[in-house]
Each structure stands twice: as structure tokens, then as C-alpha cells.
Design a protein around this ligand. Structure first.
Ligand code: HEC
Length: 158
């Protein structure tokens, strides 16, 4: 019982803290937090793509890692439209490479995110069979789904 009370009060404290942080944030701080959040998602997606690209470039093939990471990417990609729904263009001193065309092309963002989900699952399904050729053959399609969106909706940083 003591444990339960402690747990409940911990939950309450976290809830209150979270709420007051969100309420106390200025619009600029909220925009900065949204940008931070979306960059974190993309960095974590890249973290999972890295080993798959490595295998395509000659690192030892590991079907389990390829499948696991591709499934992770497919799940994380479901969050992309949500992460790219907050128009953060009002604040010039927030560092972002997101282009303003994103905010008026949400349907396209959803389609491109879905293409990434589909291509990640194609690779995961191939990896699940253990077929190295088919798995590595799907890498270009997966990477292409990143490139398509970056080419259209991100400042060219290359
Ligand atoms: C539907 C569009 C879309 C798709 C699909 C997409 N990205 Fe991005 N990505 C963006 C946008 C927009 C940004 C810019 C975010 C910012 O600077 O605010 C970005 C930024 C990034 C960044 C830089 C994050 C940072 O710290 O600045 C990385 C890394 C990245 N993407 C990796 C990937 C990888 C890998 C994939 C594919 C597996 C992918 N992205 C798919 C739109 C997309």
C-alpha cells in the first residue's frame, strides 16, 4: 500500500510538472521544443538506418539486425506527419532545415511518410526470410524514401 501511494504521488508530481512546463512555455519556446523533438526523431531514424546502409556497403550481413531496425524505422515513420505538423516558421532564430512548404502540404508529407513505412517493411520482410540479396536490394528503395522528402521539403545541406 505504501508503495502504491508513493507511485501514485510520483505520477501526480510528473503530471503537474509536465503541465506547468507546457503552460509556462512561450510560443517561441514551444516552437523550439517542436523542432528539437522532430530532429530527435530523425536522428533516431538515422541511427537505425546506419547499420543497414553499412551492410549494403560491405559490412557483415545480419538479417536479424536488418529486420529489427527496418521495423523500428517503419514504426517511427508513423510519427513523422505529427512531428511535421507544427508550423515553426514564425521564429527566425530557431535553427531548422525544414522548408516552409511543409506547412501547406501536409497531405504530401503523409504520403511520403507512408512510402517510407512501406519501403521499410519491404526490407524487413525480405530480411525475415534471411535472403541477403533481396534485403540489400531493398536498401535503395528505403533510402530513396528519405531522399525524396529531403529533396522537396528540406534545405539542401549537401
Ligand atoms: C516526409 C518527410 C521526410 C522523410 C520521409 C524523412 N525525412 Fe529526414 N527530415 C525531414 C525534414 C523536414 C527535416 C528537417 C528537420 C528540421 O531541421 O527541423 C529532416 C531532417 C533529418 C535529419 C537531420 C536532423 C537534425 O538533427 O537536424 C536526419 C538525420 C534525417 N532527416 C534522416 C532521415 C532518414 C534517415 C530518413 C529515412 C529513413 C528520413 N530522414 C526521412 C523530412 C523527412
Amino acid at each position: 500500500m505504501k508503495k502504491l501511494v508513493a507511485l501514485l504521488s510520483a505520477v501526480a508530481v510528473v503530471g503537474v510538472t509536465y503541465k506547468s512546463i507546457a503552460q509556462d512555455m512561450t510560443p517561441e519556446e514551444q516552437a523550439a521544443a517542436a523542432v528539437d523533438q522532430r530532429k530527435s526523431l530523425f536522428k533516431t531514424i538515422r541511427y537505425n538506418l546506419g547499420p543497414i546502409v553499412g551492410m549494403a556497403q560491405g559490412a557483415p550481413f545480419d538479417a536479424e539486425v536488418a529486420e529489427r531496425n527496418a521495423r523500428r524505422i517503419a514504426v517511427m515513420a508513423t510519427m513523422i506527419p505529427e512531428m511535421l505538423a507544427v508550423d515553426t516558421s514564425a521564429f527566425d532564430n530557431i535553427e531548422t532545415t525544414a522548408l516552409d512548404s511543409i506547412w501547406s502540404n501536409q497531405g504530401d508529407i503523409a504520403d511520403m511518410s507512408q512510402a517510407l513505412i512501406d519501403n521499410a517493411n519491404v526490407l524487413a520482410d525480405a530480411a525475415a526470410t534471411g535472403d541477403m540479396g533481396a534485403t540489400l536490394g531493398a536498401v535503395r528503395g528505403l533510402g530513396g524514401s528519405c531522399g525524396n522528402c529531403h529533396d522537396t521539403y528540406r534545405v539542401d545541406t549537401d
